[in-house]
Ligand binder design. Structure first.
Ligand SMILES: *Cc1c(COP(=O)(O)O)cnc(C)c1O
Length: 393
């Protein structure tokens, strides 16, 4: 039997038609479809501006640059994320520090943040310039609490919502910009909607949006009101900042425009799958993910944590048996500070114990819109069998 992956894109006939139509149009890279996609993102999320780029990593990079991260500046973030959340700040020349996760939500713990901020203030040490929080697995983090701390301590907030387009928090769609200065999405194939590779930065601040637009295309502008000198003629452009080539192509954007039409149905299907796991994975030596009462998770991932006391061979045996039986489980995430590169920056194992405890027992089960009921039955049955085979009581 073929392996069921932990995540997979859903590409349909309409997506194919949208992409092939672009290939014979006048624009292949950033053109009208990028604008359409940005308008669709604004419509879906309720922010004023969307800046589409070629990945979430690029979106984080231009977001951090627009917020002024550079040498001598500091980013604080969660260790339970993909490395690019913090790498993008290191690429700006800023330094990185971490705040541990809440063991219930697996998101950056606002109380731990408050404690770390207060400790730094008491010691006369500098606090963060930017805090980047992550909506892990699609479960929105408590950005309102982080916003309050931002206002009290004077830092900016980036929400890495790579897992969470289509999610909402207290009735507000993620990306609406109510609490975060900038919210970032990823359109990698395994995420909620895809453009092959791609990302976007959402904001309600037009100065930040302009700055990110400039940075994604070399820091070069043709806009007359942005020129620092007099124009030489119709060909004239100026480089006014040190930018990058982070453009999304029109080919990718056309796929995005087509995909975002199915955002609601993708989320609904993911939530149905999660609800069934919630019910059918009870009475096993594992814990299903927490769900907030006042938010709607996008369920990018369905991470369970194993009761390691009750399983022979621990997480590795559990993982290997599931893989051997065709269930493409995955582990999210190796705490960022424990990677060799970060250890060389001075971080150590045991620095953020909640993220490390979580990592030792977590395993992500398959969840994606095209997962069929029969396939999910097979996942559930196999998890039950493996729990039984490895179980001790
Ligand atoms: C996938 C992911 C990224 C990086 O996204 P790309 O589009 O592949 O650059 C960043 N942060 C988180 C939390 C992610 O899951």
């Amino acid at each position: 039997m073929p392996t069921i992956p932990y995540g997979r894109q859903s590409v349909d006939e309409a997506d194919l038609a949208a992409v092939s139509a672009v290939l014979t149009s006048d624009f292949l890279t950033q053109g009208p479809h990028v604008e359409h996609f940005e308008a669709a993102l604004v419509e879906a999320c309720g922010a004023t501006h969307a800046v589409a780029v070629n990945s979430a990593t690029s979106a984080l990079h231009v977001a951090y640059l627009a917020l002024g991260l550079g040498p001598g500046k500091r980013l604080w973030s969660t260790p339970n994320t993909f490395v690019s959340t913090t790498n993008a700040a290191l690429l700006c020349g800023a330094s990185v520090d971490f705040v541990d996760i809440d063991p219930q939500t697996y998101n950056l713990d606002p109380q731990a943040l408050a404690h770390k901020l207060e400790t730094a203030r008491r010691r006369g040490e500098p606090g963060p310039d930017v805090v980047a929080t992550v909506d892990f697995a699609g479960q929105p983090c408590d950005v309102a609490s982080i916003r309050k701390l931002a206002d009290a301590y004077g830092f900016r907030v980036v929400e890495d919502a790579s897992h969470a387009i289509g999610a909402s928090w207290r009735g507000e769609p993620i990306g609406c910009g109510q609490h975060a200065d900038i919210t970032v999405f990823s359109f990698h194939p395994v995420k909620i909607i895809t453009t092959g590779e791609g990302g976007a930065a959402m904001t309600n601040d037009s100065v930040l949006a302009e700055s990110m637009r400039l940075l994604r295309t070399h820091g070069v502008t043709r806009q007359v009101d942005r020129l620092e000198g007099a124009t030489h003629g119709a060909w004239y452009y100026e480089q006014v900042a040190l930018g990058l080539n982070y453009r999304m192509t029109d080919i990718q954007a056309a796929l995005g425009v087509s995909q975002i039409k199915r955002l609601e149905s993708f989320i609904a299907r993911r939530r149905t799958i999660a609800a069934r796991y919630d019910v059918e994975l009870t009475d096993l030596p594992l814990k299903t993910p927490w769900q907030s009462e006042d938010s709607v998770s996008a369920y990018h991932l369905y991470p369970v944590t194993l009761d390691l006391q009750r399983l022979k061979g621990g997480r590795k045996a559990f993982f290997d048996l599931l893989r051997a039986r065709g269930i493409g489980v995955q582990v999210h995430y190796i705490p960022v500070h424990t990677h060799p590169y970060y250890k060389r920056l001075g971080f150590q194992v045991e620095d953020y114990p909640c993220s490390e405890r979580y990592y030792e027992s977590c395993i992500s089960l398959p969840i994606f819109p095209a997962l069929t009921d029969q396939e999910q039955s097979r996942v559930i049955r196999t998890v039950q069998e493996v729990s039984f085979d490895l179980g001790v009581d």
